[in-house]
Design a protein. Sequence first.
Length: 127
Amino acid sequence: MAHPHEPVPGTRLVALTELARSGTAECSFGPAHDPFRVVVFLNQGRLRAFENRCPHFSIPLNYEPGVFWVYDNATLMCAHHSAMFHLEDGRCFDGPCLGASLNRLAVEARAGAIWYAGEADDKRVQR
Ligand code: FES
């Protein structure tokens, strides 16, 4: 089921210069009590995006705004209970939601910005 506040494809997420500065950008859409959160990573020239929602407790992967724990440009760790996800595909390979996956999102870089392009075609996490 789609999130009610998921942006439409073509929505601008972040300036490329801003993303390049830290390698991570966090965006939020909708009201504070039920936002659709997006996190975008730019690591070693690769662009990846996920719904910022850990499949363990359905809360954001980060504790501090804009701070995400990425190791070796390959692993993303949830800040709450240390679930470990492959940055490549969002699959959890260790921790309390082993085998679950982050909701992968499609994004594209053009005209100096990153744009939302909808959900990736693979498996979604159930709400
Ligand atoms: S909320 Fe992410 S590991 Fe528990």
